[in-house]
Design a protein around this ligand. Structure first.
Ligand code: NAP
Length: 242
């Protein structure tokens, strides 16, 4: 059995990634935080398509909870390991910095950036011992160009981009690759309140992207086909770079 863990794998982009990895033959550990029904629906969809997985609840902003959940899984599966990790769970809380609450700064950094450290560190050892691993971080256009109203989110995603490049250099020799995908506007719950009609005018491809369009690239990065790519950030934004 080959295992993949997708944080925030129950909804939106993470859901599409969970389905994609299951189609590739992975047993998918679908992490979520609060919404059990959506997580169950995702697992059912995977099973209907002939794949398999299980729900894996923990709050990625809580290091203690991450440790208990992942070490618990590892203790129950002493002869198995997770070879694909997709750090996808994320949140945003937009506000101009002058009015931003300290707790909104901290929560966005914890959920999007600190989670990368805590989750990845616990899975690294097995990947290094087994001389194979794929770590894929879902970042954002905001982390590349910075977006007004998102100093917290832009800082967190830019932090993950820096960590992606640094970690890739630390562990390349062990055949573990670390890459990131940077979506622009993708149609999910996170963007459902945005004015797509207005915003799409800025996007060369003239529409928001679909979660499956991100999942395809993540699937490629998780596969053997991406064997000579590491430390990269792939933009998936319909041409909306600047
Ligand atoms: P979404 O539809 O809001 O889904 C978020 C997912 O993350 C859900 O499965 C949610 O689980 C989980 N999650 C949130 N906080 C969590 C926590 N503390 N612990 C564990 N799981 C948590 O978001 P999305 O649009 O798919 O975004 C996925 C990733 O893509 C994020 O990193 C986001 O920053 C990035 N991104 C999105 C866009 C976009 O346009 N949508 C653009 C650029 C980057 P629950 O249901 O249990 O809360």
């Amino acid at each position: 059995m080959k295992y993949a863990l997708v944080t925030g794998g129950s909804r939106g982009i993470g859901k599409a990634i969970s389905i994609k990895l299951a189609e590739m033959g992975y047993f998918v550990l679908i992490n979520f935080n609060a919404n059990t029904t959506d997580a169950e629906n995702t697992l059912n969809e995977i099973r209907t398509k002939g794949g398999d997985g299980e729900l894996f609840q923990f709050d990625v902003s809580d290091p203690e909870m991450i440790k208990i959940a992942i070490e618990g899984w590892q203790a129950k599966h002493p002869d198995e390991h997770i070879e694909v990790l997709v750090n996808n769970a994320g949140t945003s809380k937009d506000m101009l910095m002058i009015w931003m609450d300290e707790k909104d700064w901290t929560n966005v950094i914890r959920t999007n950036l600190d989670s990368f450290f805590y989750v990845t560190q616990l899975l690294l050892k097995d990947m290094l011992i087994n001389k194979f691993g794929r770590i894929i971080n879902v970042v954002s256009l905001s982390g590349i160009k910075g977006l007004p109203g998102q100093t917290n989110y832009s800082a967190a995603k830019a932090g993950v981009i820096g960590a992606t490049k640094a970690l890739a250099q630390e562990i390349g020799k062990k055949n573990v690759t670390v890459n990131a995908v940077a979506p622009g506007f993708i149609r999910t719950d996170m963007t459902k309140d945005l004015d797509e009609k207005e915003l799409k005018k800025m996007i060369p491809l003239n529409r928001f992207g679909m979660p499956e369009e991100v999942a395809e690239v993540v699937g490629f990065l998780a596969s053997e086909k991406s064997s000579y790519i590491t430390g990269e950030v792939i933009n998936i934004n319909g041409g909306l770079y600047t």
